[in-house]
Design a binder for this molecule. Structure first.
Ligand SMILES: C[S@@+](CC[C@H](N)C(=O)[O-])C[C@H]1O[C@@H](n2cnc3c(N)ncnc32)[C@H](O)[C@@H]1O
Length: 230
């Protein structure tokens, strides 16, 4: 599938050894010990919110989809890393996923047909890897994706907050390291930012703080965001 033209440079792309150890690192170390966000909460979010016509954005290894997707579902995977797409496709091959190699901070008109209409979107652990204010970057990512979803879409995911939240000591250390290496961009990301973005776009939304992560979902597009296909 053709890529959108320019890739945004600094966000972390999953490749090589990162992919090999990502599942264990996330589920055994990062979630329980560093972010203090139980794996069960994310699994529950997926099981409750996923549809049988799903697009997973920033798929990584595809871990959260392994136990949440009904057989026979349509599954599309989008990631800026071709290696991540190959890895996740192999892990989820029973769903015969479609793959899209793209930077989701850029318009997706080259990637999706105008008639495309996913019923759910997963966006887990992406926003904190994108530079900029959370309200602006989450809005940009959603506004690139919402032309390709159905009016009653279910959008859900999680991000790590860096502001106005109690951060466990290990999380502070991990974030400082991420800021130095320019792979983490959440210093000013707050709960209020994600609520603003969701409330502007979805008829119903929810946020739940777990450690220094926020799990979120939005359901049903507000009027101005429903595409008109004439
Ligand atoms: C921390 S991983 C999260 C993977 C998975 N969602 C999870 O929760 O385990 C972030 C993923 O986002 C991808 N990614 C980073 N920046 C991206 C961008 N601008 N557009 C699309 N994918 C991106 C990376 O390649 C990586 O696979």
């Amino acid at each position: 599938m053709m890529k959108n033209k320019e890739q945004s440079p600094p966000s972390l792309r999953y490749q090589g050894k990162t992919l090999k150890y990502a599942d264990r690192f996330t589920t055994k170390i990062l979630n329980p010990l560093v972010w203090q966000c139980p794996n069960d909460s994310i699994e529950k979010l997926y099981k409750e919110r996923i549809s049988t016509n799903h697009l997973e954005v920033a798929v990584g290894t595809g871990f959260w989809l392994k136990y949440s997707l009904e057989s026979g579902s349509r599954l599309a995977l989008l990631d800026a890393s071709q290696e991540a797409l190959d890895h996740a496709s192999a892990a989820l091959d029973r769903h015969r996923p479609e793959t899209f190699n793209a930077d989701v901070t850029k318009p997706l008109g080259d990637i999706f047909d105008a008639e495309e209409s996913f019923d759910s979107l997963g966006l887990t652990y992406l926003f904190h890897l994108i530079p900029g204010n959370l309200e602006l970057k989450a809005a940009k990512v959603l506004d690139n994706l919402l032309p390709y979803v159905s009016p009653n879409v279910s959008v859900f995911g999680a991000t790590i907050l860096g502001a106005e939240i109690r951060r466990p000591m290990l999380a502070m250390a991990a974030m400082s390291y991420g800021y130095r290496k320019k792979i983490f961009w959440n210093k000013n990301d707050s709960l209020g930012d994600i609520m603003e973005v969701l409330s502007a776009r979805f008829r119903v939304f929810n946020v739940e703080v777990q450690g220094c992560a926020v799990l979120f979902w939005g359901k049903g597009l507000k009027e101005g965001y429903i595409k008109s296909l004439s």
